[in-house]
Design a protein around this ligand. Structure first.
Ligand SMILES: NC(=O)c1ccc[n+]([C@@H]2O[C@H](COP(=O)([O-])OP(=O)(O)OC[C@H]3O[C@@H](n4cnc5c(N)ncnc54)[C@H](O)[C@@H]3O)[C@@H](O)[C@H]2O)c1
Length: 363
């Protein structure tokens, strides 16, 4: 049966969602409607992408269109309320990152999932490229041995004009800087491969931009599997790059790109030894070459819908990343290490990811 899809929020990222949907089979999904509080914007979007009906009211769209899948592409502070609304209207949700603004909000979404039987997943397209999936399978098969040293750098550049968009740069509407908005992809991907983290120590600064939120954050993390990692998230790095380095007992795996990757962006280097070339040849053999895009994530989501299974980046998997980010803010504000599990109801960093009152990070 064709799945009726609606998109809420028709700004910058919505085009990537349309392209992702249109990569799927015509009989699998149909984009039936779009909503934006800006009437001009939604009209422009419907014309550009040949979408039949545009709305400015989310409730009206949900009542009339009864979509089975809703994509949420609005600014971060609106994500939780819109996700809960769509779940209650009978839809599954694919919500842009960050999924929500706090563990308290996450738990509201989890309760709505429980109440409705529908699932809400967060966009983390980096998990869905075929090289990333291949790497995950190799780790699970024990190919690399003990994980030891991890590097995860999101060194991006955003100019002053980027922060002129009214919702950006403010705690209340963007919910954070490169920790919540940019490095979130790479950090989620790191946690996907490393599993549970144990403790994080972070520091943050607002070094360049005239904004409320941080423009750089750094962290040191210990994982339950014994590995240690270093993380940099920046929007003030003129030569932009996303870089990972995973050093295991049996070899080093690296990924260098910017916003997405294909197989060619990964390198596998075995620990020197008589069979290292054989290991490398095996590690480099990847069956498919699907890019890390919204389209690849949507394909996975449709499979989950067909089998009524929880999609990959939802529930505990999504909560782990959000808890990690909450702990980074808590560590940066309190200037001490934060352990997994310590941020519960009653903690200021449970209610708001950045705590209460909103912090100011000095130069
Ligand atoms: N996955 C990625 O790689 C990626 C990349 C860029 C942006 N994003 C995320 O996508 C989201 C949107 O970013 P953007 O750059 O497209 O923003 P944008 O400002 O360009 O577009 C947001 C749109 O949502 C509309 N909107 C605001 N509140 C609304 C509401 N309550 N109901 C309906 N429409 C509403 C606005 O009018 C606007 O047209 C953000 O959460 C951002 O972090 C993700």
């Amino acid at each position: 049966m064709t799945i009726r899809v609606a998109i809420i929020g028709t700004g910058g990222i919505s085009g990537a969602h349309v392209r992702g949907l249109r990569e799927q089979g015509d009989d699998e999904v149909e984009l039936v409607a779009a909503v934006d509080i800006d009437a001009v914007q939604v009209k422009k979007f419907c014309t550009a992408f040949d979408v039949a009906r545009g709305y400015t009211d989310v409730d009206e769209m949900l009542a009339k269109e009864k979509p089975r899948l809703v994509h949420i592409c609005t600014p971060p502070s609106t994500h939780c309320a819109l996700s809960v609304k769509a779940l209650r209207a009978g839809a599954w949700v694919l919500c842009e990152k960050p999924l929500c603004g706090s563990l308290a909000e996450f738990d509201q979404i989890a309760a709505a999932e429980q109440e409705t039987g529908n699932y809400c997943s967060s966009v983390f397209q980096w998990r869905f490229g075929s090289a990333g999936q291949h790497f995950k399978r190799l780790i699970e098969a024990g190919e690399f041995g003990r994980p030891m040293v991890m590097i995860c750098n999101t060194t991006w550049y955003r100019d002053v004009a980027y922060y002129q968009v009214p919702w950006r740069g403010k705690w209340r509407t963007e919910l954070g800087g490169p920790t919540m908005g940019h490095g979130i992809h790479a950090m989620d991907h790191l946690l996907y491969h490393m599993g549970d983290w144990r403790e994080v120590t972070a520091t943050m600064g607002t070094l360049y931009h005239n904004i409320e939120v941080e423009d750089v954050s750094m962290a040191m993390v210990k994982f339950e599997n014994g590995a240690m990692g270093s993380i940099v998230n920046s929007v003030i790095s003129p030569r932009q790059e996303t870089y990972y380095r995973f050093d295991f007992e049996n070899g080093t795996v690296e990924l260098k790109e910017l916003y997405t990757y294909t197989n060619a962006n990964w390198t596998f280097t075995a620990t020197p030894g008589p069979e290292s070339h054989l290991h490398e040849a095996r590690w480099r053999t990847i069956a498919d070459d699907a890019p890390a895009t919204q389209g690849s994530q949507i394909r996975h989501l449709l499979h989950s819908m067909a089998h009524n299974e929880r999609p990959l980046v939802s529930g505990p998997e999504a909560r782990r990343t959000l808890e990690f980010l909450s702990a980074m803010y808590k560590s940066a504000v309190t200037r001490r290490p934060v352990a997994r599990g310590e941020i519960g109801p009653g903690d200021a960093f449970y209610q708001h990811i950045y705590g209460d009152p909103p912090p100011r990070f000095n130069r």
